[in-house]
Design a protein around this ligand. Structure first.
Ligand code: RIB
Ligand code: CA
Length: 313
């Protein structure tokens, strides 16, 4: 079977970095047409630099990396250095990237790619705020029906918020963008905190990365060592949740995950619950289902997949 063509839209972030490594380590199943950076965990210059660092770590300096939007559609950018550190990839010492950024804007790359590739043949994989995707849809409405599927990390229902009591970070940073994407009609698969909080980097799992004896394995171990501080402190959890790699793992082994096709709407008005994903998990409204909202995962199977693939780099 031909590999699935994807665009990764990302705000690296240690967990984004692991997701990118997982995708680049799986060329038989995934063809990464390009990576578009967006402002999120850290400002755009850093996310665009970090995406290139990760591609070079994966031994794929030919990957096309584009800088996209540097701020949400209408709000001030909120970043997450308290989680990811000042560079966005704190933990290990990292070399400056040698590979250049592509000249085109990330949004133009998304539009041009969807217009060029056969209709329904490209999957979008947003791992950060949805600003680039929403901007592309607004600027070129003709591309919306050409998207095969959007598989994104964002939102929360039973887990509630991680940046406010009600909202998960990716949705909270740009709720208007999220509303455009969730109302676009494009088939959606959503990886909320409900599932990502179930894939924690426990000590044995981090040790498995260290034991690889590879640069990639060492980086993943050091990134997760750094990244887990926030969740351990806040939730008392036993390791860091690998949020974004859930998106790529779903592409590789969807059977690891369980979810429901339900209606999910985005709060964009109330300051109190801004960015909340209002998921009709129990079907109490007559609102039409618009997303497969994932609630469960075989965590051991997820880490077996992740460890196997990262060890290939
Ligand atoms: O809330 C978790 C999400 O926000 C992840 O994508 C993480 O990288 C940050 O972007
Ligand atoms: Ca992210």
């Amino acid at each position: 079977m031909a590999p699935r063509k994807i665009i990764i839209d990302t705000d690296p972030g240690q967990d984004d970095a692991v997701a990118i490594l997982l995708a680049l380590a799986s060329p038989e199943e995934i063809d990464v047409l390009g990576i578009t950076a967006v402002a999120g965990n850290v400002p755009l210059p850093l996310t665009a630099k970090n995406a290139r660092i990760v591609c070079e770590l994966a031994g794929k300096p030919g990957t096309k990396v584009f800088a996209g939007c540097d701020a949400p559609l209408k709000r001030k950018l909120v970043t997450a250095e308290h989680v990811h550190g000042k560079t966005g990839l704190d933990g290990p010492q990292l070399p400056e990237p040698k590979m250049a950024l592509q000249a085109a804007h990330g949004v133009d790359f998304i539009i041009d790619t969807l217009r060029r590739e056969p209709k329904g043949s490209v999957t979008l994989c947003p791992l950060g705020p949805l600003t680039n995707i929403a901007t592309a849809f607004r600027r070129a409405p003709d591309i919306v029906e050409r998207v095969q599927e959007i598989v994104l990390m964002g939102g929360a229902y039973f887990e509630v918020g991680n940046i406010t009591p009600a909202a998960e970070f990716n949705i909270y940073v740009d709720p208007e963008a999220a509303e455009i994407v969730f109302k676009s009609g494009v088939p959606l698969v959503v990886m909320p905190l409900d599932v990502t909080h179930k894939v924690l980097t426990t000590a044995p799992r981090i040790q498995a990365f260290r034991a690889m004896g590879t640069e990639a394995g060492r980086m993943v171990a050091e990134w997760t060592d750094f990244f887990e501080r926030f969740d351990k402190e806040k939730y008392g959890s036993n390791g860091a949740p690998l949020h974004d790699p859930c998106v790529i793992a779903w592409l590789l082994q969807p059977g690891l995950f369980k979810g429901r096709h339900i209606n999910v709407e985005i709060e964009t008005q109330s300051e109190l619950t801004l960015g909340m994903t209002v998921a009709d998990w129990w079907g109490v409204t007559d609102r039409a289902p618009n997303a497969v909202f994932i609630g469960d995962v075989d965590a051991d199977g997820f880490f077996a997949l992740l460890t196997d693939r990262i060890s290939r780099l």
